[in-house]
Design a protein around this ligand. Sequence first.
Ligand code: SF4
Length: 474
Amino acid sequence: MPASLKPTTRANPFGAPFVAPIREVVPGSPAARAGVVAGWSLVRVNERWVPDVLAYRRELARGAATLDVCDESGERSVRFEVGWEDPGLEFDEVIFDGLRLCANKCEFCYVHQMPKGFRKSLYVMDDDFRTSFLYGSFVTLTNLGEDDVQRILDEQLSPLYVSVHSTDEELRADMLKWWRLKVRDRRSTRIRDMLERLAPIDLFTQVVAQPGRNDGAALDATIADLVAYPNVQAVAVVPVGLTEHRRNLPAVRGYSEAEAADVVDRVEAWQARLLRERGSRLVFLADEFYLVAGRRLPEPEAYEGFTMLENGVGMVRDFLGDGLDALALPDGLAAPRRVLCVTGALFAPVLRAALAPLAGIAGLELEVRALVNRTFGAVTTVAGLLAGRDVLTQVRPREADVLLLSPSMLKYGTETLLDDRSLSDLRRELDMVVAVGGRDLCELAEAIVYGAEGGRGPQFGYSTHAVKEAAGRP
Ligand code: SF4
């Protein structure tokens, strides 16, 4: 469910500064019985403005609520009451008073490195604690006022997902570069203070690591600080993401093999120590570090339930599962079949190796192709940031019978790629079957061998991009 940048305003008889547009009214519900229809707006609950669905639910949780609703013109209003019964209202959005934007200008910000021309939602600099609670998006906390902190505590908005980057306050300030005029309360920029003030709230934290900036000894110090807070549930260390569209931005570079290996060594040392002392690793590494360092991925149990999966932590291991051992592969196909799988340069070698057992199937011609990201630049190697144009410029019409895309290339729950091209567009332009490969290795192998077009392959998977899209985030 998306969240608008601006408050949703509409004429209403109560003078409310924002309203909640109603997408759907459940038939037979109290709202339907009161004559409310889709397109109207919720204005007040218990005579209070409702800034988001959290506030809406909070009022309903009191057990008796009076709802004021008005029609599109704002001329007609209806008041109805509910007890514990759900009113039956579905909303267009989850935030009604406008999404909280970030107060920062991080040197590694992905939004600042986006090429022009993509859908607007990809440029939104969301730093809203409410979407963090609702969808698990990471926030820096630097835009909070005292009222926000109090609300988080009063309403137990737990867990939250917090971008820490460094517990060295000076280094963090230099990396985030917040706008002083956008910061409502100076205390919110001090990460240690915030971690303490939010002591009753479970926090999943992340460190976006930059080579030579906040890694090395600085990373050790940050991990040491973070794991000392009882409310910190996990620390994800992820590498800085770069594109070739960094005009007029500070120089930031990606990880070399040796630098990535150093991060792996440090984090694995912490994991071993914390596992011994606390019974949990607490600190987890994004897959990219292992792939860039050429290191073997950890076993599934090392991810302890994959709690940071959407942050690229354990996605590859989760996808590979137990490999293809449990799958009964045929010796040959009834009809010859050319299958082309496309993915990002980072994952392609892993996928090629994982699909090697299919090489012996007679009649199957399989290729795993690493697409160069011409949209963001070759420096961007993850599959989730490949656009339709990258496929169209690197796959020739009819060069295979079936083209399988990585699920992370699609906007979640749709057949739409990053540049708004659809699978149908690709099918038409390439004149071949185009489908999505599968959520795990076995499903992908089944799609390759038996045919995704037959409906055996699933249509959607997940990715950080996909999850954020689902949440209406960039
Ligand atoms: S990385 Fe996030 S917090 Fe930093 S400037 Fe970009 S949107 Fe804001």
